[in-house]
Design a protein around this ligand. Structure first.
Ligand code: F6P
Length: 255
């Protein structure tokens, strides 16, 4: 709290909360675009937040990415967390192994002493394999678990960066450009006004499921992600945002 006062981060948090109409914003000092260490600080803040909201026997579902990787690494050992079940929110979506939600749930469970479930779904499914996987009992059961989550914690990415990171086909890259995709979360690509312009075919949480999940925590920072964060927050779910000063100041200058 002391450091936050010096840098005026409390004021920044309050301004953002009011302007974005979301219940809670946490801003850590710095800008992850300039200093990778800031990602660890966002991870620490998000892990602490998770601990505040989590209840006994809760299900926590998460997406992947390098920011969530830091959240997983910062999870505290805590008796309260030993009854928690961690589960990926969506099937594998083109991340490196270490950043996949499937990997991160096992890291979180290991750190906290909790449990985890995996979602064995490959990347970018065809219609046919999607339909047959949806008939698998194991998949159906994991889906049920995901939908009864008490907390979802997810990353947000710049649309183009994410599409390139996922080796997206030329056709889809062109479509994203044409439709002016700005932000990405949960495998959905959004335009500046929050419209869904494309979604990756995979199995797992769909946006509508978020309505029933009590706590939704987004973790994303860096000045370069400001537009992406704004686009995703247009979805109007009761989000909590963990971000950095770089993104926070840029967002404020735009709204
Ligand atoms: O691919 C999973 C994911 O959470 C995306 O939905 C999001 O855009 C991205 O990771 C964020 O990754 P990073 O934290 O590395 O920028």
């Amino acid at each position: 709290p002391y450091i936050k006062k010096i840098f005026g981060l409390n004021e920044l948090e309050q301004k953002l909360q009011a302007k974005l109409h979301i219940s809670r914003v946490i801003v850590v000092a710095g800008d992850v675009d300039k200093d990778e260490f800031v990602k660890k600080e966002m991870g620490r803040a998000a892990a602490q937040l998770l601990r505040q909201y989590v209840k006994e026997n809760d299900i926590v579902t998460l997406t992947g990415g390098s920011t969530l990787f830091e959240v997983a690494n910062m999870m505290p050992e805590n008796p309260q967390l030993q009854s928690v079940l961690f589960v990926p929110a969506r099937g594998g979506i083109g991340e490196n192994h270490e950043f996949l939600a499937n990997t991160l749930v096992s890291v979180m469970a290991k750190k906290t002493g909790g449990k985890y479930r995996l979602l064995h779904v490959p990347d970018q499914l065809s219609e046919e394999s999607y339909n047959s996987l949806m008939n698998e009992d194991n998949i159906k059961e994991v889906l049920k678990v995901i939908r009864s989550a008490g907390i979802v914690i997810h990353g947000i990415g710049d649309a183009k960066t994410m599409a390139l990171r996922r080796n997206t086909s030329k056709e889809i890259l062109a479509l994203l450009e044409e439709k002016k995709a700005i932000g990405e979360a949960f495998g959905y690509y959004f335009s500046q006004d929050g419209e869904i312009v494309y979604k990756i075919k995979t199995i797992g949480l769909i946006l509508e499921d978020l309505e029933k999940i009590p706590h939704i925590i987004a973790v994303a920072g860096g000045k370069s992600k400001a537009d992406a964060i704004l686009a995703v927050l247009k979805q109007n779910y009761k989000q909590i945002l963990v971000t950095d000063e770089g993104a926070a100041r840029e967002i404020l200058s735009k709204i």
